[in-house]
Design a protein around this ligand. Structure first.
Ligand SMILES: N[C@@H](CCC(=O)N[C@@H](CS)C(=O)NCC(=O)O)C(=O)O
Length: 213
């Protein structure tokens, strides 16, 4: 398999998941800052010009964070990641979609790319503020969802945790946003996993306080 990723982007979550599974894969950087996702060569791989993309062993390309997670957890990594029951599956999708669709796409997109939401320079601070509001509410929801469990969906790592890893990396590490103690400790636990350490290092992402919970 081949993962197309950009350092520090949402593809970080898939990178982490692949590393957790121990399956063989190659990580191919497509640096968004250098607009490598906008080249014709990359458009031929993903016409949406986004990361992550997973090229599977049959050569086909799979896009969208949730679809890639779903495929991994029912395909090659089913032994490790399959939710088990239909109820566990839909609860997992419920959380994962909220993280990707709301916290990332609605919240962080406003904070990090406010100009996509208004053509007027004078609106941008307001758009960023709206984004912070959405992310803050989102993190509270994640904290409630986590409760006293080790992982978002229970006692073992699941695909929703991979999505949580990247939004918490953005919130805690990049933007220094306040989060609840339990969410902070959860992020510390995820970041301290060997797979996370490998991926942070591979993507060149120094953690402020390489957390050691
Ligand atoms: N809905 C997509 C979102 C992917 C996405 O927004 N990726 C961002 C990086 S975090 C990207 O590739 N942005 C490039 C751009 O917008 O130019 C998914 O779930 O995979």
């Amino acid at each position: 398999m081949k993962l197309y990723y950009s350092p520090g982007a949402c593809s970080l979550g898939i990178h982490f998941l692949l590393e957790e599974t121990g399956l063989p894969y190659e990580a191919v950087p497509v640096v968004i800052k250098q607009q490598e996702n906008l080249t014709p060569a990359y458009a031929a791989i993903n016409p949406k010009q986004k990361v992550p993309v997973l090229q599977r062993d049959d050569g086909s390309y799979l896009t969208e964070f949730g679809a890639i997670c779903h495929w991994l957890s029912h395909g090659p990594a089913a032994d490790l990641l399959a939710p088990g029951t239909l109820e566990a599956e839909v609860r997992t999708i419920e959380i994962l979609d909220y993280i990707v669709g709301t916290i990332h796409m609605q919240g962080f997109s406003r904070i990090l790319r406010p100009q996509k939401f208004s053509p007027s320079e004078s609106d941008l601070d307001w758009v960023r503020e709206q984004g912070r509001d959405i992310v803050t509410k989102g993190f509270s929801q994640l904290s409630r969802q986590l409760g006293a469990k080790p992982f978002l969906t229970g006692d073992r790592l699941g695909i929703a945790d991979a999505a949580a890893l990247y939004v918490l990396f953005w919130g805690i590490e990049r933007l220094n946003m306040p989060v609840s103690e339990s969410l902070d400790a959860y992020f510390a636990r995820l970041s301290a996993r060997p797979a996370a350490k490998t991926v942070f290092q591979a993507e060149g992402l120094p953690l402020r306080a390489l957390r050691s919970a």
